[in-house]
Design a protein around this ligand. Structure first.
Ligand SMILES: C[S@@+](CC[C@H](N)C(=O)[O-])C[C@H]1O[C@@H](n2cnc3c(N)ncnc32)[C@H](O)[C@@H]1O
Length: 277
C-alpha cells in the first residue's frame, strides 16, 4: 500500500509505519487544504457526507462552512479518533458505514466528499455508483485525490526517483489496484461511467521549501522508509543504499536537511454533478 500525503496513522494496514506519537502531514498543511475545501459551494442547508472520513480532518474543515456534515468510515479505530478530535462540534457527526452500501436513502444527500481514500476502497467504480445513488438531482460529488506520482514530490536525485517509482508501480499491481492510486488520471471516465455530468478538475499545488519543520522532516523520513519497505527487493544494492541514506536522519544525505530541499504535492479536486431531474 503506498503511503499518500494524507496520513501516517496508527491504524489500518500500515503497521510498519507506526510511530509514537503517530504522525500525519495533513494538519501541517491545514491552510492549504482549507483553501481547497472552501472552493466548494457549501450552503447551510446542505447535507454533506465525508466518506472514508478517517480521523475527521476533512470533516471538520467541511463543517467550518456550517453545513451539516456526517463523517462516515468503516473503521472503529478511525471513528474513535474522529470523535475524540471533533466530537464536540454541533453540526458534525460520525457514523459507521461502508462506502459500498451507504446508510442513506436514494437522492437524500447534497454533497458527497471523498478525500485521499480511493486507493483504499474496494471496487472504485461500484463506490462511485453508490455515491451517485445517494445524491439528489443537482447534487455534487467532490473527490480530492493526488496521483501517486505527484502526491509527494521531493528534490531527490532523478535517476533514483525514477528507479524507485518503477519498482513502486510494479508493487502496486494491475489496473484494478492502481485505479485508485492514480485516480486523477481516470477520474473523468470513471465519474462519467457512474452517471455524473461532465466532471471538472482543479489542480492545487502545495509547496514547502528548506528549512523543513519537524512535522515535515518526520513525514518525509517515514514516507521514504515506507517506499524502501515496499520496493527494496526490486532495487539494486546501490539504489537500496542510496534510498536508505535519504531517509536516515543521522546521515548527511538526509533529504529534508538538504539546502535545496523541496516538498510539493499536487492535489486534484474532481467535481461531478448529478444531472437535474
Ligand atoms: C487514507 S484514509 C483517508 C482518510 C481521510 N479521508 C483523510 O483524507 O484524512 C482512507 C479511509 O478510508 C476508509 N475506508 C476504506 N475502505 C472503506 C470502506 N469500504 N468503507 C468506509 N470507509 C472505508 C479507511 O478506514 C480510512 O479511514
Amino acid at each position: 500500500m503506498p503511503l499518500p500525503i494524507e496520513a501516517i496513522t496508527p491504524h489500518g494496514r500500515r503497521t510498519s509505519q507506526i510511530r509514537n506519537p503517530p504522525q500525519r502531514i495533513a494538519p501541517a498543511l491545514a491552510d492549504d487544504f482549507r483553501n481547497i475545501v472552501h472552493t466548494l459551494p457549501l450552503r447551510n442547508q446542505h447535507t454533506v457526507i465525508d466518506v472514508g472520513c478517517g480521523d475527521g480532518f476533512f470533516t471538520s474543515l467541511l463543517a467550518e462552512n456550517q453545513a451539516r456534515v456526517v463523517g462516515l468510515d468503516n473503521s472503529d479505530a478511525f471513528l474513535r479518533q474522529a470523535r475524540a478530535n471533533y466530537g464536540n462540534r454541533q453540526n458534525l457527526e460520525f457514523l459507521k458505514g461502508d462506502v459500498r452500501r451507504l446508510p442513506f436513502d436514494d437522492a437524500s444527500v447534497d454533497i458527497v466528499w471523498s478525500a485521499h481514500s480511493m486507493h483504499s476502497y474496494p471496487d472504485v467504480p461500484h463506490c462511485l455508483a453508490e455515491f451517485r445513488r445517494v445524491l439528489r438531482p443537482g447534487g455534487l460529488l467532490a473527490v480530492l485525490e493526488s496521483d501517486n506520482v505527484h502526491s509527494v514530490m521531493l528534490s531527490w536525485p532523478p535517476d533514483l526517483e525514477l528507479t524507485v517509482r518503477q519498482a513502486e508501480h510494479q508493487q502496486i499491481g494491475d489496473e484494478d489496484s492502481y485505479i485508485g492510486t492514480y485516480f486523477p488520471r481516470f477520474a473523468v471516465r470513471l465519474l462519467g461511467d457512474a452517471g455524473f455530468e461532465i466532471p471538472t478538475r482543479q489542480y492545487f499545488l502545495i509547496n514547502r521549501f528548506a528549512p523543513a519543520g519537524d512535522d515535515l522532516q518526520l513525514f518525509v523520513q517515514l514516507y521514504l522508509e515506507n517506499l524502501f519497505e515496499r520496493t527494496h527487493d526490486r532495487l539494486s544494492d546501490k539504489m537500496r543504499s542510496r534510498l536508505a541514506l535519504l531517509a536516515d536522519p543521522s546521515s548527511d544525505k538526509f533529504l529534508p536537511n538538504q539546502k535545496s530541499f523541496h516538498f510539493g504535492s499536487l492535489q486534484v479536486l474532481t467535481l461531478g454533478h448529478v444531472p437535474n431531474a
